[in-house]
Design a protein around this ligand. Structure first.
Ligand SMILES: *[C@@H]1O[C@H](CO)[C@@H](O)[C@H](O)[C@H]1NC(C)=O
Ligand SMILES: *[C@@H]1O[C@H](CO)[C@@H](O)[C@H](O)[C@H]1NC(C)=O
Ligand SMILES: *[C@@H]1O[C@H](CO)[C@@H](O)[C@H](O)[C@H]1NC(C)=O
Ligand SMILES: *[C@@H]1O[C@H](CO)[C@@H](O)[C@H](O)[C@H]1NC(C)=O
Ligand SMILES: *[C@@H]1O[C@H](CO)[C@@H](O)[C@H](O)[C@H]1NC(C)=O
Ligand SMILES: *[C@@H]1O[C@H](CO)[C@@H](O)[C@H](O)[C@H]1NC(C)=O
Ligand SMILES: *[C@@H]1O[C@H](CO)[C@@H](O)[C@H](O)[C@H]1NC(C)=O
Length: 396
């Protein structure tokens, strides 16, 4: 052991931990599988591909709206303009996927043009504390678009470096600041704030080949101090229940008593975080007794209209003594990824997650998962990158 370690060290002295590329949400094997389905016009994958081709954000004529400063939340001086960023994030990603699967450089060039404009223009994200939602949500989205494009011959290495530096300075530095300090708040943020900043920092760690960032996030997952710390007591999972009449564990997530828009968002973001780590060989899906499965099952069961048990939660906004029916049945993309992993890959019972996935898909005429642009014009419709039927589903 010591000998081979020595040999490794002496033959590869300057190589840091190496990452798989592309390797955030999608790997090369994933793209082979997806491209085969699309070329063979196999449903439901091909149907979701057609939905993508129809998207406003997947057109080569889409033009960048890059600006140097983005504001989310009011700082009393600047108008909010973060719609520019979430629309362009959807466009970069959808064009990147369209290029990767079709091989058509028209879409590769369009994706690169938007990536470059933000890479060379964006300097700061401000606003009120909501600015850290922008750092987290759009951070993971931009990093994933770039990760898909990184081997494109039409993206120059100097432009890639410019983009990576922007991601480090504008996004990752703030993701880390937020996770370390919550800007001085003892307990304000709900879980989605942590989860999106964890997902972003991990994605940028992969994009920028920075294992310090990757390790920071996986450590935080186990024993961090905020509500994204899944392994730390009741920070993320408030209570576990054995489902009556089955052996299944249902876990109450931290935002169940707040509203269902955020409760469902938590598991969309959990899926992003876990998928990105899994593609680098770290299994957060299985961690803490499959916590993300148990939580997604609880959340899905309630949102498809069934009852679930509930334990009072003393939130930073006060006692939440009943589960919140606010926005119950909200349609959120992201559960194709969770169901594909737990049911298809791991063979675990994810039946409620599957029901919620189908419920969300039924919201779209073609009965597949949509992405940015398919769930309304507001930011919530752009929180998940979507198109999961095309990108994650393993069995019809
Ligand atoms: C895509 O658009 C075409 C033309 O409007 C339409 O016929 C088709 O049903 C759409 N496909 C999907 C999956 O939405
Ligand atoms: C972060 O905390 C500092 C110190 O309390 C405060 O001045 C600043 O307004 C906070 N930032 C945001 C965006 O809320
Ligand atoms: C890697 O990430 C760590 C933690 O965020 C940071 O301190 C360091 O500067 C990064 N390394 C490079 C080369 O950017
Ligand atoms: C776990 O979270 C609590 C806050 O809920 C925090 O005080 C504690 O430091 C965390 N544990 C570790 C090991 O970081
Ligand atoms: C829920 O179950 C997991 C896995 O057994 C365990 O690690 C965790 O501590 C439990 N959480 C609560 C709040 O009981
Ligand atoms: C999966 O779990 C549900 C309860 O959540 C149960 O009704 C169903 O029979 C289980 N499916 C299998 C194949 O065990
Ligand atoms: C889709 O879901 C939203 C709620 O998230 C709802 O307002 C809308 O009516 C649904 N549309 C369809 C076609 O089901």
């Amino acid at each position: 052991m010591a000998k081979s370690l020595l040999l490794f060290v002496s033959t590869l002295p300057f190589i840091a931990a190496s990452f798989v590329h592309p390797g955030a949400l999608h790997t090369a094997d994933d793209f082979t599988r997806i491209t085969n389905y699309v070329n063979a016009k196999t449903t439901p994958w091909y149907t979701d591909w057609e939905l993508l081709l129809n998207s406003t954000y997947a057109q080569s004529t889409y033009t960048s709206q890059a600006v140097s400063a983005i504001y989310r939340g009011s700082d009393g001086v600047h108008a909010e303009n973060y719609q520019l960023l979430y629309e362009d994030a959807a466009a970069m990603y959808q064009l990147a996927i369209r290029w990767k699967i079709s091989g058509d450089s028209t879409y590769g060039d369009a994706a690169v043009s938007i990536l470059n404009s933000w890479g060379s223009t964006l300097e700061v994200i401000g606003g009120d504390p909501d600015q850290w939602l922008a750092n987290g949500i759009y951070g993971y989205q931009l990093a994933n678009a770039a990760e898909v494009m990184r081997d494109y011959s039409g993206w120059s290495s100097s432009d890639i470096t410019t983009f990576q530096n922007m991601m480090e300075d504008v996004f990752a530095a703030q993701n880390e600041f937020f996770l370390r300090t919550h800007n001085g708040s003892a307990d304000i943020p709900y879980a989605n704030w942590d989860l999106c900043n964890m997902a972003s920092m991990l994605a940028i760690g992969i994009l920028n080949d920075n294992s310090t960032k990757f390790d920071f996030v996986t450590d935080y997952f186990y024993d961090g101090w905020g509500h994204g710390a899944v392994g730390n007591g009741t920070n993320f999972i408030i209570a576990n229940y054995t489902e009556s009449g089955s052996t299944k564990i249902l876990s109450q997530g931290q935002e169940a008593g707040r509203d269902q828009g955020h409760a469902t968002l938590d598991f969309t973001l959990a899926g992003v975080l876990a998928q990105q780590a899994y593609n680098q060989g770290t299994d957060l899906f299985a961690a803490v007794g499959n916590a993300f499965l148990n939580g997604a099952e609880y959340c899905s069961k309630y949102n498809v209209g069934d009852d679930v048990p509930y334990t009072s939660y003393d939130s930073a906004e006060g006692l939440q003594s009943v589960i919140s029916s606010d926005s119950r049945g909200d349609a959120r993309p992201g559960y194709e990824l969770l169901y594909a992993h737990y049911n298809d890959l791991k063979g675990l019972n994810a039946s409620w997650t599957g029901e919620y996935r189908d419920y969300v898909n039924a919201n779209i005429t073609a009965s597949v998962e949509g992405g940015g642009g398919n769930y309304g014009p507001d930011s919530g419709g752009f929180d998940g990158l979507g198109f999961g039927t095309l990108l994650y589903r393993l069995t019809a």
